[in-house]
Design a protein around this ligand. Structure first.
Ligand code: BTN
Length: 252
């Protein structure tokens, strides 16, 4: 139906009209041993999950709400690299379908004209240092109108429809993202993170700027120096100390 050009990403699709969260279903399927590249897609999520225990607004038919199951043979510490890889694949897909030039705010927000159009949530199934599966949740605001967003999101969220003035085919965008994702993931498995890091840096907005990073326990302010080879953000504070930040919300 999607006219896929991939060989394993999205070849096994689990579609539901309405779910609590595609992440929840993907976790269950991953435990049952579905093949790598399996994707759970829903038209609506009643309790979409965002990072840092937030909700993700996922109204019916307007966005892409999907979770991708991967089984890479990499150590646990390298899992953040796949969040960055996913952000690049989504940016490339959005660029190709809409002509817009999105930016990435570390680690996983995709912005257009400074407003968030996509969030990525990476969750792991692991034992000791061994990854069993990585579940990558991708939420893309595609055809929402401004008034479809709850009031508290209207200032900071946008959709591809709002930014282009055109209705975008969700199926076409999904197909395109799968194609970019598979190319990047194959490159990553063959050559490692370096080529992905270079691409990511080309889209990143936060690097070289003075930023504030809010972690669950701390606020770190300083210059964003870049990312490590693991995909972790380095911030140099006023005293010259370089912090390594694994997960945070960034204020530019
Ligand atoms: C963020 O907070 O920026 C991450 C948002 C991730 C939302 C996606 S939508 C599909 C998948 N299922 C969920 O419940 N969450 C992710």
């Amino acid at each position: 139906m999607l006219g896929l050009t991939t060989s394993f990403i999205g070849r096994n699709i689990h579609y539901e009209e309405s779910v609590e969260s595609t992440q929840k279903i993907a976790h269950r399927l991953a435990s049952q041993g579905v093949p790598e590249g399996t994707v759970v897609i829903a038209d609506e999520q009643k309790s979409g999950k965002g990072r840092m225990n937030r909700n993700w607004h996922s109204p019916k038919y307007t966005g892409i709400w999907m979770s991708l199951i991967l089984k890479p043979n990499i150590p646990l510490t390298k899992a953040p690299q796949l969040t960055l890889l996913t952000a690049v694949a989504v940016v490339q897909g959005i660029e190709e379908i809409t002509g817009l030039i999105p930016e990435i705010k570390w680690p996983n927000d995709i912005l257009i004209a400074g407003k968030k159009v996509t969030g990525i949530l990476t969750e792991l199934q692991a034992e000791a240092d061994q990854i069993h599966s990585i579940i990558i949740g991708i939420g893309i605001n595609v055809n929402q109108k401004q008034e479809d967003f709850p009031l508290e999101l209207q200032e900071k969220a946008s959709s591809l429809f709002i930014e282009t003035g055109k209705t975008i085919s969700r199926a076409e965008l999904i197909r395109c993202i799968f194609m970019h994702f598979e190319k990047l993931y194959t490159l990553y498995l063959e050559k490692g993170f370096m080529p992905i890091k270079l691409l990511w840096e080309g889209y990143a907005v936060s690097i070289g700027k003075i930023i504030k990073a809010r972690t669950l326990t701390d606020v770190i302010e300083g210059e964003a120096l870049g990312i490590t080879d693991e995909g972790v953000l380095k911030i140099e504070d006023q005293s010259g100390f370089v912090h390594q930040v694994y997960s945070a919300d960034i204020e530019l």
